[in-house]
Design a protein around this ligand. Sequence first.
Ligand code: CO
Length: 135
Amino acid sequence: MMLGTINHIAIVVPDIALAAQEWGARTGAPVSEPQTLPEHGVTVVFVDVPGNRIELLEAYGEGSPIAKFLERNPDGGMHHICFDVEDLEAMRDKMIAEGARVLGDGTPKIGAHGKPVLFFHPKDFSGTLIELEQI
Ligand code: CO
């Protein structure tokens, strides 16, 4: 039971059009058009990195899950790291057994890429929110 590759690194931004422009111009990496995911409360832009991607997230709508983070980090900041896992529930159980706290009730939910995901408490991972995504 182990982590797979990093699926994405998510960065919360206050202004996604500006962030997309800056990332594209300054890194030369391909940047997607913004996609709004109302059911997840975010608008996302993908920055392509070979074998990987960075997701820029802007809050969308009332009660966005990133609204509080943006209040505490008005200039934006790194929000979470997502790892692929082959067996999400087995990995969840291992991490809980080793003292990590899963967010919510521990039942995988369908994430922004249409696959089951879980999040783990930042306090149990050196201050970093961890997302696991079923391959
Ligand atoms: Co994510």
